[in-house]
Design a protein around this ligand. Sequence first.
Ligand code: C5P
Length: 243
Amino acid sequence: MTNSLIPVITIDGPAGSGKGTIARQLAAILNYNYLDSGALYRILSLLSQQQGIAVDDLQGLVALCEEMDVRFGFDAQSSSNSGSIDELQTNKQPENVSVFLNDNEVASDLRTEECAGRASQLAALQEVRAALLEKQRSFRQSPGLVAEGRDMGTVVFPDAERKIYLTASPHERALRRQKQLKKQGISASLGTLLKEIETRDSRDQNRAVSPLRPAADALLVDSTNLSIEQAVNRIAEIVRGGH
Ligand code: C5P
């Protein structure tokens, strides 16, 4: 199968919209490969910080992008599911996916808001986005791919067969983030989280290159008042072909 015939489902949207959880569930059920494109920007953020590469050192940043060998430890092929979309409604999938950078597991290092904030700064650089483009496309492997991020449907996989744009109010997204942090034993004020989310949204939406926006042919889903299960059901409907 040539690469362009391999089906792709894209799920784009802002931080906290629930796209990560939903994309993982969808990939597991379909036995598709999975790409968390935000993890690539976060890894670049982490590595550049560790190595003292400044946010304006384009050459250094591009070299890091080229060196990065990233793999997700979400083994869709070994899933015991039949691959039926109908199972999406009841299936319980793992919340977390391992992220391997050169064979080292780094997922927990990528979760901080500090790492995300720097990632969002780096993600505004044309050179960085160009350096990560082919790397992202290389995840398009048989039998298919579920890709989540900000520009999956608009730039990276414009020919995807299903495009979803998932959103939720900033307040709801900050609340979700607060709950997630609480589970990790970290307390954070709602006001601070809301501010961080709004700063990141604004940077992602207003940058000149690949801004966060729905593709013209994306279907919009607002998850503000939906549980994860309801959001998954709604997206399952869309993937099945209903609107
Ligand atoms: O999705 P996540 O929150 O992990 O992404 C971290 C940051 O990486 C985002 O705020 C955004 O700036 C950037 N990003 C991007 N394009 C993507 C995925 C993430 O610009 N496709």
